[in-house]
Design a protein around this ligand. Structure first.
Ligand code: ADP
Ligand code: MG
Length: 695
């Protein structure tokens, strides 16, 4: 916050909440922020309708003299005020004002004989035309009408529009520097943009009686004044990303050259040759690790494309270079699978792996942490609990974050803040980043793409089957498993109640166990089981003893059992697209032809229909992510809705693609030619929110 507090025009201190507190709730810390707090819509107070002309159904501003005021008690307590005025052609016109909540000041203002100006929607009341809860004030003699539209701002409890309007108007006029252009004149003109000051003045107080086209553009936020503000916002975002990148380039990361010995041993162990795509991304990553600039690379590859082995190669290169590695996964099951796989791959090599998870017994956790703190263990694998508890890794050189999209932007930022700034970071995701996000929130990442699946995979056949035909599916899956296959059977997702979800899982397990009795062993896996129990069931499934595994979505990500070739998803209509794609990716990993059976219950909602159609029609993760974005919007993708991180306020990632591109080019141009302007621009837009760009 700047040295001076924001406007305090005698705001009452209600419950200790000052005006500054209330403004802070709106994200306004400085007067500069008030300038950027833009109206949601406008009211027209520039016209005065004679009382006699106030028609039912219209929103009007009119004037009259209080003839009568009273508190009525039926049907509930209310203030009823009658105003009147001369009607053209003689006689009196009247209007009733009705308030169900009112304070003594309002009551006093409406005393008989007072001349009041009111604004609101006229309705057909019991005693003729009336306005419920009109805006009103007592008019001074000869008081002029405003000559601009009146802004209606986003606000918060206890902060009136009037206070906000005054504070904003004052912030705009008190210091012309606040509305002066941060960008050079020539820069603005070349892009045919409005001047910042003009745009702000227009948006806070547009002139009345706009042409219909202009009014529509204003409402749709495509008016040039809006375009300027959106452009500025996107430019600030681009500049902050570039600032972040530049700051990263100045930090010193350990140079992880390695010597190739562990790598060679690892490749001998895995018993397959890397695909061309794996070799290509591995070269990119290995190259980054050898530089003293911290790597921030996203390894993007569809489900089953073989990201883990690439991460393992990076890990051993770091370990060969005398450094420690942290490998983080979003769920306990996945972290454990990684741990087992990596431990098997590295068995017999001079690498000590520590397994860390939130649910490990305290004693074991303590020991793992000690081994890491002393540097005896070089490799930590676990859930993000690994980082939340401040595990010390004095020689940390590389952090791998698996299924990065599950963590969201906020956690990405938190990760940056945890003293990991000097370590190389490899993020992995099966969900491709949509282009607009790649250009904005993820623009500081380098991206490697695994665009090829390992050989010998047969595509998964997807079937949509109505819940009514469930019996046939039970029989069908039974036969396939008796013939040597294995199946996942995923329980319905019940977002509202974990308990209910658990009960459903148990019931489904009992049902299938009864159906397959004497034929097939059925296992159960859910989030509430102890880690040891989960591990035991998972192991029995890996060994092929359990043929059908009933599971909640704990298996959603990363689980890898090549012999499993059938995936049944109950109530598929409740799942999101990304989830369905991830679940389907659990099969199709071996040579046998795999099936994904989506059971759905009718009637289907429109979006559910849309989702099932997409998942039925395509296996391509890119296409699915694109459709997902179209259906859900980018906020969800960013995982920011839950975390409350502010996204863009004005620009829209889907509608303003062209502007994003323009802002990106402009950011380079500005930094190269006008670094001072870039700094001023960042200060205006990011200001107090600087932590957003701190590395
Ligand atoms: P994801 O990219 O979804 O994390 P994984 O790393 O789990 O995929 O790999 C999926 C499966 O493919 C694993 O069983 C893995 O061992 C196997 N795999 C990885 N690379 C190859 C390869 N080049 N050739 C054959 N199999 C491979
Ligand atoms: Mg994986």
């Amino acid at each position: 916050m700047a040295s001076k507090a924001p406007a305090r025009d005698g705001a009452p201190r209600k419950g200790g909440d000052t005006l500054a507190d209330k403004l802070a709730r709106l994200g306004i810390a400085r007067d500069e922020d008030l300038v950027l707090h833009l109206p949601l819509r406008y009211e027209d107070h520039t016209r005065l309708t004679p009382l006699a002309g106030a028609k039912v159904g219209e929103t009007v501003q009119t004037e009259g003299t209080v003839a009568d005021v009273d508190i009525a008690y039926r049907p509930r307590r209310q203030l009823v005020c009658r105003i009147e005025d001369d009607a053209p052609g003689g006689g009196r016109a009247g209007l009733t004002l009705r308030f169900f909540s009112f304070d003594p000041n309002q009551q006093k203002a409406l005393s008989p004989g007072a001349r009041v100006r009111v604004y609101g929607e006229v309705r057909d009341g019991y005693f003729g035309p009336e306005i419920v809860h009109p805006q009103f004030h007592v008019v001074r003699a000869g008081e002029p009408l405003p000559d601009r539209l009146t802004p209606v701002y986003p606000t918060t409890a206890g902060l009136s529009q009037e206070t906000l309007r005054k504070a904003t108007a004052r912030a705009i006029t008190a210091d012309i520097a606040r509305t002066s252009d941060t960008l050079p004149e020539e820069f603005v003109r070349r892009r045919s943009l409005w001047k910042f000051g003009d745009a702000v003045a227009f948006l806070h107080a547009p002139p009345p009686r706009l042409a219909a086209l202009t009014q529509r553009a204003l409402d749709a936020r495509t008016h040039p004044a809006w375009t300027r503000l959106k452009f500025d916002e996107l430019l600030a975002q681009q500049l902050s990303l570039k600032a972040h990148r530049a700051a990263r380039a100045k930090r010193n990361a350990p140079v992880l050259t390695g010597n190739g010995t562990l790598q060679k041993q690892l490749l001998d162990r895995v018993r397959f040759t890397l695909t061309r795509a794996q070799q290509k991304v591995w070269r990119e990553i290995a190259h980054d690790l050898k530089r003293s600039i911290p790597m921030q690379r996203l390894l993007q590859g569809d489900v089953g494309s073989g990201k883990t082995v690439v991460a393992a190669l990076a890990a051993v290169q770091a370990i060969e270079s005398g450094r420690q590695v942290a490998f983080m996964a979003p769920t306990e099951i996945l972290a454990e699978q990684h741990y087992r796989k990596l431990a098997a791959w590295l068995d017999g090599l001079p690498v000590e792996i520590a397994w860390l998870s939130g649910s490990l017994p305290a004693k074991e956790r303590k020991r793992a942490r000690e081994r890491l703190a002393s540097g005896d263990a070089q490799f930590a694998v676990g859930t993000h609990a690994l980082f939340q508890e401040g595990v010390e890794m004095p020689r940390l050189g590389l952090v791998v974050v698996d299924e990065q999209h599950r963590f969201g932007v906020a956690q990405r930022l938190a990760l940056r803040g945890k003293g990991l700034a000097e370590a190389h970071q490899l993020m992995m995701s099966a969900t491709p980043i949509p282009r607009t996000l790649a250009m904005t929130f993820y623009a500081d990442l380098d991206v490697s793409v695994l665009d090829e699946l390992p050989p010998g995979r047969t595509p998964v056949v997807t079937r949509l089957v109505s819940e009514k035909r469930r019996g046939e599916i039970v029989e069908h899956v039974g036969r396939r498993c008796e013939a040597g296959g294995q199946a996942y059977w995923v329980c319905p997702l019940i977002e509202e109640s974990e308990k209910l979800e658990l009960q459903t899982a148990v019931a489904l397990h009992a049902e299938l166990a009864a159906a397959y009795e004497g034929r097939l062993a059925v296992g159960l896996l859910h989030g509430r089981m102890k880690p040891a129990e989960k591990a035991a069931v998972m192991e029995a499934f890996v060994r092929g003893e359990v043929r059908v595994l009933v599971a909640t979505t704990v298996i959603e990500v990363g689980v890898d059992v090549p012999n499993a070739s059938v995936m049944v998803i109950e109530h598929a209509e409740r799942f999101g697209l990304a989830q369905l794609h991830q679940l389907r990716g659990r099969v199709g990993r071996g040579a046998a032809e795999s099936q994904c059976i989506l059971l759905f219950e009718e009637p289907l909602s429109d979006t559910a229909k849309q989702r099932l159609k997409v998942i039925y029609e395509t296996n391509d993760g890119f296409e699915i992510a694109r459709q997902d974005l179209a259906i859900r919007g980018p906020g969800e993708f960013l995982g920011a809705r839950q975390s409350g991180m502010p996204l863009l306020r004005f620009a829209d990632l889907e509608r303003d693609v062209a502007l994003i591109e323009q802002a990106r080019d402009a950011a380079d141009d500005l930094l190269a030619k006008h670094p001072d302007a870039a700094r001023a621009h960042l200060d205006r837009w990011i200001g107090a929110k600087q932590e957003f760009i701190k590395a």
